[in-house]
Design a protein around this ligand. Structure first.
Ligand SMILES: C[S@@+](CC[C@H](N)C(=O)[O-])C[C@H]1O[C@@H](n2cnc3c(N)ncnc32)[C@H](O)[C@@H]1O
Length: 215
């Protein structure tokens, strides 16, 4: 069995982000990636939009040189103990460490002007621990018909989707808690991004040691 990487470092395949953005017309402006990894989400967004600006937070210091060329503000810290300075971002778009997902969602909601959007396993919905929160704050869910793989090997085993909280709509109790299936992705597109993100054979996307070190 694969040993889980320290801090759940699993870069998001670009095609997942492209499926979301072609269906959900998000506003540009300042966005936050609160656990940015190597910046995969920032890079995927910038392939199709030029009106997003980013602040990035990441707990692993080895990510800093990968993130700095992508956004002017990179903070290496535990996001759960950090507060966003003003001006606050329009939204958060991320794939959080799954074991901390509820804490991430709650902390993000405290600092965005409008959207918190998280790529997570669909099982996020079915949980006694999260039930009180979900009843009070039902997200809209954008399921991905293809299972993403977060490694260079094989295909994914888990169904994922984007979970979107829109503070404005929740406050007005209007059009939230919807299910909006995203479009299918071709095998060719998945293979193309797998090769671009992981190389033809093995990971070397990230500097050596990045999977094994705590900073
Ligand atoms: C599933 S990966 C996703 C990375 C990136 N968001 C993406 O979608 O490609 C989760 C990331 O969260 C980072 N992380 C874990 N705990 C964190 C924390 N408390 N604060 C900030 N980042 C954290 C990990 O180092 C890792 O880069």
């Amino acid at each position: 069995m694969d040993k889980r990487r320290d801090y759940d470092w699993y870069p998001t395949p670009y095609w997942c982000i492209h499926r979301l953005l072609e269906r959900f017309k998000l506003p540009g402006g300042l966005w936050l990636e609160p656990c940015a990894g190597d910046g995969a989400i920032i890079k995927a967004v910038s392939e199709v939009r030029d009106d997003f600006r980013w602040n990035a937070v990441e707990i692993q210091a080895v990510a800093a040189p990968l993130l700095r060329p992508l956004c002017p503000s990179v903070v290496i810290t535990d996001f759960l103990t950090w507060q966003h300075p003003t001006p606050l971002p329009v939204g958060v778009l991320t794939n959080p460490p799954y074991t901390l997902s509820l804490q991430f969602v709650e902390h993000c909601l405290s600092m965005v002007r409008r959207y918190v959007i998280m790529l997570m396993p669909l099982t996020f919905l079915a949980s006694k621990d999260r039930n009180d929160f979900l009843q009070a704050n039902p997200p809209s869910v954008f399921p991905l018909p293809n299972r993403p793989s977060f490694t260079h090997k094989g295909s994914g085993m888990t169904e994922y989707g984007f979970f979107a909280w829109d503070k404005q709509r929740i406050a007005k109790k209007k059009h939230y808690g919807l299910v909006i299936p995203l479009a299918k992705t071709s095998k060719a597109e998945i293979a193309y991004y797998k090769k671009r993100q992981y190389g033809a054979h093995q990971p070397p996307l990230l500097p050596s040691g990045i999977f094994g070190e705590k900073t």
